[in-house]
Design a protein around this ligand. Structure first.
Ligand SMILES: Nc1nc2c(ncn2[C@@H]2O[C@H](COP(=O)(O)OP(=O)(O)OP(=O)(O)O)[C@@H](O)[C@H]2O)c(=O)[nH]1
Ligand SMILES: [Mg+2]
Ligand SMILES: [Zn+2]
Length: 302
């Protein structure tokens, strides 16, 4: 059997890779030592050449590299949170969005478990919807327990021709969503089981083909901490897209939009043009990054 050819890494655990070849076959491959020497780890999303012996020969240049989840050539991230159980953690949500902006990856927000919505949630839900849509992110409220065909179609359209990764904490329903969008049967688990056996049901990232659209979606383990060491407090405001029209008109060109006088961004928050919810998160993240910078002065950041 001639194994040589081009393919896409769809899974990789412990040096063993699964490569979806252009001819439709899935090959099990190993990496050559040369990658280890070059300190390159092949990752899901890599476009690779495979030798006849089933070795990864070369990796095509990458468009981007995501650390968490570990994937490359990512076009889009679906940031998934639950309406309740677990409660949404908006600061963590902004962590994901800032990282997506920094990497130039489109982001879409999914609030799952809409079936758990209470009447008293309506106002909060509207506030969140307005804040994130104004920042340019599509927002979907779904329940994987009640996926209407038009919802599935809208999401499929959002995913077409792209490599999409799911990001979000454990237990929000990422694998349940994957099972609605692909033919896969990813294991899901409820929170009490997770606590009993360690929190993650999904343990390794895997790219899965979409059911009715040309594209790939990666189920990933949930995670709730994010590495901010590569962020700079100076650049952070650039990753809040809705600040862009105001940033240029602050009195000080190096304004951080925290306490400076004549800050146009804070002016926009006061006038209601920029969401207070988002601005508050900006402030909190800014403080987190500042603190890291002060305790690690020599670290390289962007
Ligand atoms: N009420 C409700 N529960 C849901 C919904 N979708 C998923 N769940 C439940 O939430 C729990 C977690 O779902 P998973 O799909 O395993 O969550 P996950 O995000 O993949 O979790 P990890 O793999 O641990 O990161 C399961 O018990 C699901 O049945 C929903 O729309 N409504
Ligand atoms: Mg999962
Ligand atoms: Zn300012």
């Amino acid at each position: 059997m001639d194994k040589k050819g081009q393919g896409l890494i769809i899974a990789g655990v412990g040096g063993n890779y699964e490569v979806q070849m252009e001819n439709g076959q899935v090959l099990r491959c190993k990496a050559r030592g040369v990658f280890r020497k070059q300190k390159v780890t092949p990752l899901i999303g890599d476009r690779v050449t495979v030798s006849e012996g089933g070795f990864l020969e070369s990796i095509a240049p990458r468009k981007n590299i995501l650390v968490r989840p570990a994937a490359v050539n990512v076009d889009q991230v679906l940031v998934v949170f639950a309406v309740h159980n677990p409660e949404p953690h908006l600061l963590l949500l902004d962590h994901f969005l800032v990282e997506a902006e920094r990497q130039g990856i489109e982001a879409v927000l999914i609030f799952n478990k809409a079936d758990l919505c209470k009447e008293t949630d309506a106002e909060r839900r509207e506030q969140i919807q307005r804040a994130y849509e104004a920042a340019g992110y599509p927002v979907y409220w779904i329940s994987t327990y009640q996926m209407q065909p038009d919802r599935i179609a809208a999401l499929q359209k959002q995913l077409r021709h792209k490599i999409t990764v799911l990001a979000g904490p454990s237990g929000v329903g990422k694998s349940s969503l994957i099972n609605c969008l692909t033919k896969a049967n990813q294991e899901t688990g409820d929170l009490s089981e997770k606590i009993a056996r360690g929190k993650n049901t999904t343990r390794h990232a895997r790219l899965l083909p979409l059911q009715s659209a040309d594209g790939w979606i990666a189920d990933t383990p949930g995670f709730s901490s994010f590495y901010i060491q590569e962020w700079s407090s100076e650049a952070l405001a650039m990753y809040y897209p809705e600040f862009a029209p105001y940033r240029q008109t602050c009195r000080f060109p190096d304004c951080r939009h925290i306490t400076e006088p004549d800050c146009a961004v804070r002016g926009a928050v006061t006038s209601g043009a920029v969401s207070e919810l988002r601005y508050e998160q900006y402030r909190k993240l800014y403080e987190e990054v500042r603190e890291y910078e002060q305790t690690h002065p020599s670290y390289k950041r962007t």
